[in-house]
Design a protein around this ligand. Sequence first.
Ligand code: PMP
Length: 292
Amino acid sequence: MSLVPFDDRDGEIWLNGELVPWRSAKTHTLSHGLHYASLVFEGERVYGGKIFKGKEHTKRLRISCNILDFDLPVMDEQLELAKQKVLHANKITDGYVRAFCWRGSEMMAVSAQKTSINLAIAAWEWPSYFDPVTKMAGISLGIADWKRPSPESAPVHAKAAGLYMICTLSKHRAEQQGFQDALMLDYRGYVAEATGANVFFVDKKGTLHTPTADCFLNGITRQTVISLAKSMEIEVVERHIMPQELASMKECFLTGTAAEVTPVSRIGDHEFVPSEICRQMVEGYSSIVNPA
Ligand code: PMP
């Protein structure tokens, strides 16, 4: 597969208030964000020219900034407008938007109270391929060795770069073992989430079970799918789930902006058969994000 590097593409990126040519959207190598992970970000999808839940993503970006002890340097409306400018400049109607905010270069040590706060927005094409046959085959997950940390050990509710260190390590390990992603447990041993998506299980009665989001992101897609299921009169239980319970679950799927609803056919030695509930959630989510 030939990769088109993300620093060598045509188009424009919004950087600190203006659109700049894609290849010129640079930050210095001595940036606090790069060395000390003082960077937060959002991943959003655009469907038919409209960002799905754009305002919720902006709200979460602001919360992530505040958790990392800085302020988002623009008002919500300015950010919404800037995202639209980026989509327009790059002629994207179905794609992905990445807004991110990080501490600059004025201070290069642990303390960084006086750094500038940078904000950038990039977007690229990423059509949502809705091929129900491929989708319903499901993906396989290994079980990660790394555990999601306790809220006392990390700012777990921020979408912050530093929290992805163990996700990248876990996903690499899973891929090396032939899986497509990894299921991560939390610091107590409960099932938490995948490396970039939340997880749901379906029991034999057709009830949905999803881990309580008390030490990982309460995903915007997760919340959308919970409402969708409830609107279809499917019971949803948010609770702590032990890994041993996987054996009694019939179906499993992941949710996330990028993953949308992705059925899972295997976690370690447990097999699942993506069936009716997976199909209803995949199709239901698809019709929410692509209204007719
Ligand atoms: N958990 C992690 C670690 C993620 O990276 C994501 C993707 N942002 C999610 C959950 C799902 O969040 P959302 O549905 O808001 O995209």
